[in-house]
Ligand binder design. Sequence first.
Ligand code: HEM
Length: 368
Amino acid sequence: MADPGNRSGDGRVPIEPQTIDAPLTRHAVFLVLTVAPGSDPLDAVRSVLSDVDGLVKTVGFRDLGASFTCTVGIGAAIWPGLTGLPLPRELHEFTTITGARHTAPSTPGDLLFHIRSDRQDLCYEFERLLLEALGDAVAVADETIGFRYLDTRDLLGFVDGTANPVGHHLPESTLVGEEDPAAAGGSYVVVQKYLHPLASWHALTTEQQEAIIGRRKADNVELDDAESGQKAHKTLATIVDDAGVEHDILRDNMPFGSPGTATFGTYFIGYSRELWVVERMLERMFIGDPPGLHDRLLDFSEAVTGSVFFAPSAEALANLGSPAPTGTGTPAPVDETGPAGAGTGSLGLGLGGLRGTRTTPQQSGDER
Ligand code: HEM
């Protein structure tokens, strides 16, 4: 977690990458990429990722008041070859969940870039430079451009994000700790893109909508949980373990779409210290609790993508370009001045001098 003083608004430095609790912004881009097979694309990706801090400075410094930041997530399939690090304990690909009425599909994704700013042009600029640097090592699986709608509402008209953890609960809920030392400071990230058939949602009464969500629409006040039978979304998404402990996640959902194309959506993004918590939420939503009584929100929200990533700490990300210490890999040379490409650790955008000293050696990772 970044030092809270190290935020935009103090007019001094851009927000450090991997700051998952970065301020809520007016704009975001959710970019999911697949990486081409073979070791050369992985080398190119490793080089770019280890210098994301430089690219964040390059773009973020142009308007320090615009809360620009980026969080990178890495998928299970490329994790070993890309990082040379042990797989974070719970990391695996998104598991399709098939309920009686609705399915949460698993869709391709090796890398996630969660790009946030109060200025859409800064998101655009970062994405442009990023994709230029990655070149044909990657293909775009999904690009979703999100925007804040009114007072942080989803396109169904409800305020979204209220119950997020705050204070010390936030890092406790989102950052891996001593339970997995190699992954400490990182976070599991689950993304899903949902499409809303708005006309049928609008055909419901406000009271029906409120019963589905579990909050009042106008003033956002929470409704009581149902004693039995159909549960509201907010109840199904509340996870309490056998010891009575509630497990929270951090959501930074954003609306996307446009009336002109009749596309109305919510991009769900959840950060969690424990992947099982998000998976339990999804099971309760799609299969139901009790099974059969699924989340009625899904009758008006179709999941069209689903991927899981792990967002390593900023330090672990920056160290990806470092030489290998052990194992079978040959130490990867770290060229502080060279152009973009395998093993150079530079984006080739004149950012080499911005990078700090690598301190944690990594395996070069030349296989997937
Ligand atoms: C179409 C997609 C979704 C929409 C429009 C949506 C909307 C909302 C809204 C309006 C609330 C109530 C206010 C708040 O606390 O934020 C809420 C609560 C919540 N949602 Fe969602 N949500 C969506 C999908 C999901 C998914 C996929 C998950 C988890 C896998 C999830 C997890 C939660 C959690 C944990 C809460 C807070 C529950 C509590 O009160 O403790 N949501 N959501």
